[in-house]
Design a protein around this ligand. Structure first.
Ligand SMILES: *Cc1c(COP(=O)(O)O)cnc(C)c1O
Length: 355
Protein backbone atom coordinates (compact mmCIF):
# COMPACT_ATOMS: atom_id res chain seq x y z
CA UNK A 1 0.00 0.00 0.00
CA UNK A 2 2.85 2.40 0.65
CA UNK A 3 4.23 3.82 -2.61
CA UNK A 4 7.40 5.15 -1.16
CA UNK A 5 7.70 6.96 2.06
CA UNK A 6 9.19 10.18 0.76
CA UNK A 7 8.14 12.99 3.08
CA UNK A 8 8.06 16.48 1.58
CA UNK A 9 9.16 18.99 4.18
CA UNK A 10 8.08 22.61 4.30
CA UNK A 11 9.55 24.29 7.37
CA UNK A 12 8.16 27.32 9.15
CA UNK A 13 10.04 30.53 8.44
CA UNK A 14 10.19 31.42 12.09
CA UNK A 15 9.53 29.10 15.03
CA UNK A 16 6.87 30.17 17.55
CA UNK A 17 8.63 28.39 20.40
CA UNK A 18 9.98 31.62 21.90
CA UNK A 19 6.38 32.68 22.67
CA UNK A 20 5.77 29.66 24.91
CA UNK A 21 6.09 29.87 28.68
CA UNK A 22 7.08 26.27 29.40
CA UNK A 23 6.80 26.79 33.16
CA UNK A 24 3.09 27.54 32.84
CA UNK A 25 1.52 25.25 30.29
CA UNK A 26 -2.01 23.97 30.57
CA UNK A 27 -3.55 21.23 28.45
CA UNK A 28 -4.12 21.43 24.71
CA UNK A 29 -3.91 25.14 23.97
CA UNK A 30 -0.55 25.53 22.23
CA UNK A 31 0.61 23.63 19.15
CA UNK A 32 4.12 23.03 17.92
CA UNK A 33 5.49 24.48 14.67
CA UNK A 34 4.76 21.59 12.32
CA UNK A 35 2.29 18.83 11.52
CA UNK A 36 2.49 15.64 9.51
CA UNK A 37 -0.05 14.82 6.81
CA UNK A 38 -0.64 11.71 4.71
CA UNK A 39 -3.45 11.65 2.17
CA UNK A 40 -5.47 8.68 0.97
CA UNK A 41 -6.85 8.71 -2.56
CA UNK A 42 -7.50 6.06 -5.22
CA UNK A 43 -7.12 3.24 -2.74
CA UNK A 44 -3.77 4.23 -1.27
CA UNK A 45 -1.97 6.46 1.17
CA UNK A 46 0.17 8.35 -1.27
CA UNK A 47 1.33 11.83 -0.31
CA UNK A 48 3.37 12.56 2.79
CA UNK A 49 4.11 16.05 4.02
CA UNK A 50 5.45 17.88 7.03
CA UNK A 51 4.05 21.38 6.88
CA UNK A 52 3.61 24.34 9.23
CA UNK A 53 0.81 23.83 11.76
CA UNK A 54 -2.13 25.79 10.42
CA UNK A 55 -5.72 25.79 9.21
CA UNK A 56 -6.98 23.24 6.73
CA UNK A 57 -9.16 23.87 3.77
CA UNK A 58 -12.20 21.61 3.89
CA UNK A 59 -15.34 21.27 1.78
CA UNK A 60 -18.55 22.37 3.54
CA UNK A 61 -19.99 19.07 2.27
CA UNK A 62 -17.27 17.08 4.04
CA UNK A 63 -18.46 13.77 5.46
CA UNK A 64 -16.42 14.53 8.56
CA UNK A 65 -18.35 17.69 9.34
CA UNK A 66 -21.75 16.09 8.80
CA UNK A 67 -21.34 12.49 9.90
CA UNK A 68 -18.32 12.42 12.15
CA UNK A 69 -16.17 10.20 9.93
CA UNK A 70 -13.13 10.70 12.13
CA UNK A 71 -11.01 8.66 14.53
CA UNK A 72 -8.12 9.76 16.70
CA UNK A 73 -5.37 8.68 19.04
CA UNK A 74 -3.62 10.27 21.98
CA UNK A 75 -0.06 9.62 23.06
CA UNK A 76 2.80 11.46 24.71
CA UNK A 77 6.45 12.12 23.91
CA UNK A 78 8.70 12.71 26.90
CA UNK A 79 12.23 13.77 27.58
CA UNK A 80 13.93 11.17 29.71
CA UNK A 81 16.47 11.92 32.44
CA UNK A 82 19.20 12.09 29.80
CA UNK A 83 17.20 14.64 27.81
CA UNK A 84 16.43 12.22 24.98
CA UNK A 85 12.98 12.27 23.39
CA UNK A 86 11.09 9.02 23.94
CA UNK A 87 7.66 7.63 23.14
CA UNK A 88 5.64 5.22 25.26
CA UNK A 89 4.28 2.10 23.48
CA UNK A 90 3.55 3.95 20.20
CA UNK A 91 2.72 0.80 18.24
CA UNK A 92 -0.21 0.17 20.57
CA UNK A 93 -1.63 3.50 19.44
CA UNK A 94 -1.11 2.62 15.79
CA UNK A 95 -2.94 -0.68 16.24
CA UNK A 96 -5.80 0.88 18.12
CA UNK A 97 -6.12 3.64 15.52
CA UNK A 98 -6.67 0.93 12.94
CA UNK A 99 -9.21 -0.90 15.09
CA UNK A 100 -11.13 2.36 15.46
CA UNK A 101 -10.76 3.06 11.74
CA UNK A 102 -12.18 -0.31 10.75
CA UNK A 103 -15.36 0.38 12.72
CA UNK A 104 -15.94 3.58 10.71
CA UNK A 105 -14.93 2.17 7.31
CA UNK A 106 -11.76 4.24 7.32
CA UNK A 107 -8.81 2.53 5.61
CA UNK A 108 -6.04 1.16 7.82
CA UNK A 109 -2.91 3.23 8.15
CA UNK A 110 0.24 1.14 7.72
CA UNK A 111 2.66 1.03 10.64
CA UNK A 112 5.45 2.42 8.49
CA UNK A 113 3.55 5.63 7.70
CA UNK A 114 2.49 6.10 11.30
CA UNK A 115 5.97 5.56 12.74
CA UNK A 116 7.91 7.40 10.02
CA UNK A 117 5.59 10.41 10.11
CA UNK A 118 5.66 10.48 13.89
CA UNK A 119 9.43 10.13 14.14
CA UNK A 120 10.23 12.72 11.50
CA UNK A 121 7.79 15.20 12.99
CA UNK A 122 9.14 14.71 16.52
CA UNK A 123 12.72 15.04 15.34
CA UNK A 124 11.87 18.34 13.72
CA UNK A 125 9.89 19.69 16.67
CA UNK A 126 11.86 18.05 19.49
CA UNK A 127 12.57 21.39 21.11
CA UNK A 128 8.83 21.47 21.86
CA UNK A 129 9.04 18.44 24.16
CA UNK A 130 9.10 20.01 27.63
CA UNK A 131 11.39 18.59 30.28
CA UNK A 132 9.69 19.70 33.51
CA UNK A 133 8.10 17.09 35.79
CA UNK A 134 4.49 16.27 34.83
CA UNK A 135 4.85 17.75 31.37
CA UNK A 136 5.03 16.11 27.95
CA UNK A 137 4.42 16.75 24.29
CA UNK A 138 0.92 15.45 23.67
CA UNK A 139 0.70 13.81 20.26
CA UNK A 140 -2.63 13.68 18.47
CA UNK A 141 -2.77 11.47 15.36
CA UNK A 142 -6.15 11.39 13.60
CA UNK A 143 -7.79 10.31 10.36
CA UNK A 144 -10.84 11.95 8.83
CA UNK A 145 -12.78 11.87 5.60
CA UNK A 146 -11.95 14.58 3.09
CA UNK A 147 -14.71 13.52 0.75
CA UNK A 148 -17.11 16.10 -0.60
CA UNK A 149 -20.41 14.24 -0.56
CA UNK A 150 -23.54 14.98 1.43
CA UNK A 151 -25.00 11.49 1.16
CA UNK A 152 -24.22 8.80 3.70
CA UNK A 153 -21.78 6.26 2.32
CA UNK A 154 -18.27 5.08 3.00
CA UNK A 155 -15.72 7.69 1.98
CA UNK A 156 -12.96 7.24 -0.59
CA UNK A 157 -10.60 10.01 0.46
CA UNK A 158 -9.04 10.70 3.84
CA UNK A 159 -6.30 12.65 5.54
CA UNK A 160 -4.15 11.37 8.37
CA UNK A 161 -2.67 14.15 10.45
CA UNK A 162 -0.39 14.33 13.46
CA UNK A 163 -0.39 17.51 15.50
CA UNK A 164 1.48 17.98 18.76
CA UNK A 165 0.95 20.14 21.82
CA UNK A 166 3.17 20.74 24.87
CA UNK A 167 1.07 19.97 27.95
CA UNK A 168 1.09 20.13 31.71
CA UNK A 169 -1.22 18.17 34.01
CA UNK A 170 -4.72 17.44 32.67
CA UNK A 171 -6.19 17.62 36.17
CA UNK A 172 -4.42 19.69 38.77
CA UNK A 173 -6.12 17.97 41.74
CA UNK A 174 -7.93 14.70 42.53
CA UNK A 175 -11.30 14.57 40.77
CA UNK A 176 -14.89 14.39 41.92
CA UNK A 177 -16.91 11.99 39.83
CA UNK A 178 -20.58 11.07 39.62
CA UNK A 179 -21.97 7.67 38.75
CA UNK A 180 -24.15 8.42 35.73
CA UNK A 181 -27.49 6.62 35.96
CA UNK A 182 -29.42 8.33 33.14
CA UNK A 183 -27.29 8.86 30.03
CA UNK A 184 -25.02 6.38 28.26
CA UNK A 185 -21.73 6.81 26.42
CA UNK A 186 -21.75 3.48 24.62
CA UNK A 187 -23.95 0.47 23.99
CA UNK A 188 -23.17 -3.10 23.06
CA UNK A 189 -22.56 -3.31 19.35
CA UNK A 190 -21.83 0.41 19.16
CA UNK A 191 -18.61 2.38 18.81
CA UNK A 192 -17.58 2.70 22.47
CA UNK A 193 -14.31 0.82 22.02
CA UNK A 194 -13.26 3.11 19.16
CA UNK A 195 -11.71 6.54 19.59
CA UNK A 196 -14.39 7.83 17.24
CA UNK A 197 -15.11 11.56 17.25
CA UNK A 198 -18.86 11.18 17.79
CA UNK A 199 -18.46 9.32 21.08
CA UNK A 200 -17.04 12.44 22.64
CA UNK A 201 -19.63 14.81 21.17
CA UNK A 202 -22.35 12.64 22.69
CA UNK A 203 -20.79 12.75 26.13
CA UNK A 204 -20.63 16.55 26.40
CA UNK A 205 -24.18 17.19 27.54
CA UNK A 206 -24.29 14.63 30.38
CA UNK A 207 -20.82 15.82 31.45
CA UNK A 208 -22.06 19.41 31.50
CA UNK A 209 -24.99 18.47 33.73
CA UNK A 210 -22.55 16.68 36.02
CA UNK A 211 -20.34 19.77 36.15
CA UNK A 212 -23.31 21.92 37.10
CA UNK A 213 -23.72 19.58 40.08
CA UNK A 214 -20.07 20.07 41.01
CA UNK A 215 -18.48 16.96 39.48
CA UNK A 216 -15.39 17.02 37.25
CA UNK A 217 -16.23 13.84 35.37
CA UNK A 218 -18.76 11.08 35.06
CA UNK A 219 -18.45 7.39 35.75
CA UNK A 220 -20.36 5.85 32.86
CA UNK A 221 -22.46 2.78 33.49
CA UNK A 222 -23.68 0.25 30.94
CA UNK A 223 -26.26 1.61 28.49
CA UNK A 224 -28.74 -1.21 29.04
CA UNK A 225 -29.38 -1.34 32.76
CA UNK A 226 -27.02 1.20 34.34
CA UNK A 227 -25.99 -1.67 36.55
CA UNK A 228 -22.30 -2.08 35.71
CA UNK A 229 -19.41 0.38 35.96
CA UNK A 230 -17.70 1.18 32.65
CA UNK A 231 -15.21 4.05 32.54
CA UNK A 232 -14.79 7.80 32.80
CA UNK A 233 -14.74 10.27 29.89
CA UNK A 234 -11.08 9.92 29.00
CA UNK A 235 -9.87 7.41 31.56
CA UNK A 236 -10.35 3.77 32.47
CA UNK A 237 -11.26 3.19 36.10
CA UNK A 238 -9.62 1.18 38.84
CA UNK A 239 -10.67 0.55 42.43
CA UNK A 240 -8.99 -1.04 45.40
CA UNK A 241 -11.62 -3.09 47.23
CA UNK A 242 -10.51 -5.37 50.09
CA UNK A 243 -6.89 -4.88 48.96
CA UNK A 244 -7.60 -6.18 45.45
CA UNK A 245 -7.09 -3.95 42.42
CA UNK A 246 -10.28 -4.31 40.39
CA UNK A 247 -11.15 -2.86 37.00
CA UNK A 248 -13.98 -3.49 34.54
CA UNK A 249 -13.18 -6.22 32.03
CA UNK A 250 -12.70 -5.17 28.41
CA UNK A 251 -15.80 -5.20 26.22
CA UNK A 252 -16.87 -3.31 23.11
CA UNK A 253 -18.38 -0.55 25.24
CA UNK A 254 -15.17 0.73 26.72
CA UNK A 255 -11.90 2.03 25.42
CA UNK A 256 -9.06 -0.44 25.68
CA UNK A 257 -6.63 1.91 27.34
CA UNK A 258 -2.90 1.50 26.96
CA UNK A 259 -2.37 3.07 30.37
CA UNK A 260 -4.87 0.56 31.81
CA UNK A 261 -2.88 -2.29 30.33
CA UNK A 262 0.43 -0.83 31.58
CA UNK A 263 -0.87 -0.29 35.12
CA UNK A 264 -2.31 -3.82 35.30
CA UNK A 265 0.97 -5.26 34.03
CA UNK A 266 2.93 -3.34 36.66
CA UNK A 267 0.51 -4.32 39.41
CA UNK A 268 0.76 -8.02 38.55
CA UNK A 269 4.53 -7.68 38.40
CA UNK A 270 4.53 -6.18 41.91
CA UNK A 271 2.42 -9.04 43.21
CA UNK A 272 -0.68 -6.91 43.78
CA UNK A 273 -3.82 -9.04 43.35
CA UNK A 274 -5.67 -7.90 40.21
CA UNK A 275 -9.16 -8.69 38.96
CA UNK A 276 -10.58 -7.74 35.57
CA UNK A 277 -14.27 -8.41 35.85
CA UNK A 278 -17.73 -6.93 35.90
CA UNK A 279 -18.16 -4.41 38.70
CA UNK A 280 -21.69 -3.47 39.69
CA UNK A 281 -22.73 -0.03 40.83
CA UNK A 282 -24.04 -1.77 43.95
CA UNK A 283 -20.64 -3.21 44.76
CA UNK A 284 -19.00 0.20 44.45
CA UNK A 285 -21.60 1.95 46.58
CA UNK A 286 -21.71 -0.72 49.28
CA UNK A 287 -17.93 -0.94 49.53
CA UNK A 288 -17.82 2.85 49.84
CA UNK A 289 -20.47 2.69 52.59
CA UNK A 290 -18.63 -0.06 54.44
CA UNK A 291 -15.20 1.50 53.99
CA UNK A 292 -13.77 -1.44 52.05
CA UNK A 293 -12.84 0.77 49.12
CA UNK A 294 -9.52 2.33 49.95
CA UNK A 295 -8.61 3.72 46.55
CA UNK A 296 -10.23 4.77 43.27
CA UNK A 297 -8.49 6.32 40.30
CA UNK A 298 -8.62 6.88 36.57
CA UNK A 299 -5.87 5.98 34.10
CA UNK A 300 -5.27 7.37 30.64
CA UNK A 301 -2.56 9.02 28.56
CA UNK A 302 -3.86 12.55 28.94
CA UNK A 303 -4.52 12.41 32.68
CA UNK A 304 -1.93 9.65 33.48
CA UNK A 305 -3.08 8.37 36.90
CA UNK A 306 -5.64 10.64 38.50
CA UNK A 307 -6.98 9.98 41.98
CA UNK A 308 -10.68 10.18 42.64
CA UNK A 309 -11.51 12.11 45.80
CA UNK A 310 -15.29 11.83 45.74
CA UNK A 311 -17.79 9.46 44.13
CA UNK A 312 -21.34 10.78 43.91
CA UNK A 313 -24.28 8.41 43.61
CA UNK A 314 -27.96 9.42 43.56
CA UNK A 315 -27.33 12.62 45.47
CA UNK A 316 -24.91 11.25 48.09
CA UNK A 317 -21.19 12.00 47.99
CA UNK A 318 -18.82 9.31 49.22
CA UNK A 319 -15.38 10.55 50.20
CA UNK A 320 -12.29 8.45 49.58
CA UNK A 321 -9.18 8.39 51.79
CA UNK A 322 -6.58 11.16 51.40
CA UNK A 323 -4.17 10.72 48.49
CA UNK A 324 -1.13 10.19 50.78
CA UNK A 325 -2.78 7.01 52.08
CA UNK A 326 -3.27 5.49 48.63
CA UNK A 327 -0.23 3.23 48.70
CA UNK A 328 -1.14 1.06 45.72
CA UNK A 329 -1.93 3.80 43.23
CA UNK A 330 0.91 6.03 44.38
CA UNK A 331 3.37 3.19 43.89
CA UNK A 332 1.97 2.34 40.46
CA UNK A 333 2.01 5.95 39.35
CA UNK A 334 5.56 6.49 40.49
CA UNK A 335 6.81 3.30 38.85
CA UNK A 336 5.16 4.19 35.55
CA UNK A 337 6.62 7.71 35.62
CA UNK A 338 10.06 6.33 36.48
CA UNK A 339 9.95 3.95 33.53
CA UNK A 340 8.92 6.73 31.14
CA UNK A 341 11.63 9.01 32.46
CA UNK A 342 14.31 6.30 32.26
CA UNK A 343 14.79 6.24 36.04
CA UNK A 344 13.58 2.64 36.40
CA UNK A 345 14.31 -0.43 34.34
CA UNK A 346 12.01 -0.74 31.33
CA UNK A 347 11.60 -4.48 31.66
CA UNK A 348 8.57 -4.69 29.37
CA UNK A 349 10.24 -2.78 26.52
CA UNK A 350 7.69 0.05 26.49
CA UNK A 351 9.93 3.05 25.96
CA UNK A 352 10.92 3.81 22.38
CA UNK A 353 13.60 6.43 21.67
CA UNK A 354 12.56 8.87 18.93
CA UNK A 355 16.03 9.14 17.46
C1 LIG B 1 -8.20 7.48 25.24
C2 LIG B 1 -9.21 7.03 26.22
C3 LIG B 1 -8.87 6.31 27.38
C4 LIG B 1 -7.43 6.05 27.79
O1 LIG B 1 -6.68 5.31 26.89
P1 LIG B 1 -5.08 5.39 26.93
O2 LIG B 1 -4.65 4.48 25.84
O3 LIG B 1 -4.67 4.91 28.25
O4 LIG B 1 -4.73 6.80 26.70
C5 LIG B 1 -9.89 5.85 28.18
N1 LIG B 1 -11.17 6.09 27.90
C6 LIG B 1 -11.55 6.81 26.81
C7 LIG B 1 -12.99 7.03 26.55
C8 LIG B 1 -10.58 7.31 25.96
O5 LIG B 1 -10.93 8.03 24.90
Amino acid sequence: MVDSMKINVNRVEKSRIGEVDFDNISFGKIYSDHMFRASYKNGQWNTFDIIPFGSLSISPASQTLHYGVSVFEGMKAYKNEQGQPVLFRPLENQRRLNRSAERLCIPALPEEIFMEGLTQLLKMDQAWIPGQENTALYVRPFIFSTEEYIGIKTSDSFDFLIITSPVGAYYSAPVKVKIEMEFARAVRGGTGYAKAAGNYAGSLYPAKLGQQQGYDQLIWTDGQEHKYIEEAGTMNLMFVIDDVLVTPELTDTLLHGITRDSILTLARDMGIPVEERKITVNEVVSSLQQGNMTDAFGVGTAATLTHISVIGYEGTDYILPPVQERTISNRLKETLENIKKGRAEDKFGWVVPVI
